[in-house]
Write a protein that binds this ligand. Structure first.
Ligand code: HSE
Length: 307
């Protein structure tokens, strides 16, 4: 039986101005999975540790994503999946994406890589569709490609890996309340004014340019969301206070991580990222809510083998 253990990273989607198109991969937060090829064909979830998630293959995001890969691969393959969840469901740091992306990456590895990471995105998106009703790729793409990614187009799918400036650090606070992506998508109005659209695509272009030129000031100026954040931030306790505290401590920018409730801040250098973490901790301490705070490098590799 061929088997590997992998690290399936958490991810921050949207990055303020890039709703459904931008994402980045984290280094210190993620799940572990053991994936094995078996002689008996079919996909089985054999163990889930750390979360109460469905064991039935067709109800489990990892199971569905692997089935999508095997349907295209076209040979009778057996796969067993063990999932060790560290990322909480509904946290906004890509819990379902880690399972979907991790599973397809590992199966592809065990089959001697018939697919490129870009091709794997399509299979992993089937897991996202099951989790949230929408096959968005802005978490699975950075989990599979590493670093920062842009979904230039969904139809046809066109995913581009961006540059990672070496001094960028991510601070993430995860308030221990669950916000389902499907609920958080349902509060979004579907009409955008031309004025808002102009601001948003100006910032999106600015952020991509800032990442490539490693212009931290430009990255900071571009981390603005005039469309989604005003609608979603009301779901997150103390969002505005956290944002003000992070910026006051020198963060380049701060916004909702994916569909929330996690909040991210990008900083230049570890000292600033730690100061931002401390300032956010003070704000949340007063709320009486439980929370976790992580400071992470950007993971430019994505999913990786750990054993
Ligand atoms: N782009 C998705 C959303 C990401 O904001 O709904 C979900 O993590």
């Amino acid at each position: 039986m061929k088997s590997i253990k992998i690290f399936a990273p958490a991810t921050v989607a949207n990055l303020s101005c890039g709703f459904d198109v931008l994402g980045c991969c984290l280094d210190t937060i993620g799940d572990e999975m053991v994936i094995s090829l078996t002689p008996e064909s079919g996909v089985k979830i054999t163990k889930i540790d750390g979360a109460n998630l469905p064991m039935e293959t067709h109800k489990n995001v990892a199971g569905v994503a692997v089935e999508a890969l095997l349907n295209t691969y076209g040979k009778n393959i057996g796969v067993e999946i063990e999932i060790y969840k560290k990322i909480k469901a509904g946290s906004g740091i890509g819990s379902s994406a880690a399972s979907s992306a991790g599973a397809v990456w590992a199966v592809n590895y065990l089959l001697d890589t018939p697919y490129t990471p870009e091709e794997l995105v399509k299979f992993a998106m089937e897991g996202e569709k099951l989790a949230s009703g929408n096959a968005h790729a802005d978490n699975v793409a950075p989990a599979l490609l590493g670093g920062f990614t842009l979904v230039r187009s969904y139809s046809p799918l066109d995913v581009i890996k961006l540059n990672t400036p070496k001094d960028l650090l991510m601070t993430v606070i995860h308030p221990q309340i669950e916000v389902k992506t499907s609920d958080s998508r349902s509060v979004i109005k579907h009409n955008v004014s031309l004025k808002q659209a102009i601001q948003q695509w100006g910032n999106l272009g600015g952020l991509v340019a800032g990442l490539f030129t490693e212009d931290y000031n430009l990255i900071g100026r571009s981390l603005e969301d005039v469309i989604i954040e005003p609608m979603r931030s009301i779901l997150i306790p103390e969002f505005n206070t956290v944002k003000q505290a992070a910026i006051a401590k020198g963060a380049l920018g701060c916004g909702i991580s994916g569909s929330g409730p996690s909040i991210f801040a990008l900083s230049k250098g570890i000292d600033t990222a730690n100061n931002v973490a401390e300032a956010i901790r003070e704000v949340y301490h007063k709320t009486g809510l439980d929370f976790d705070i992580h400071v992470s490098k950007i993971n430019s590799q994505g999913v990786k083998v750990i054993e």
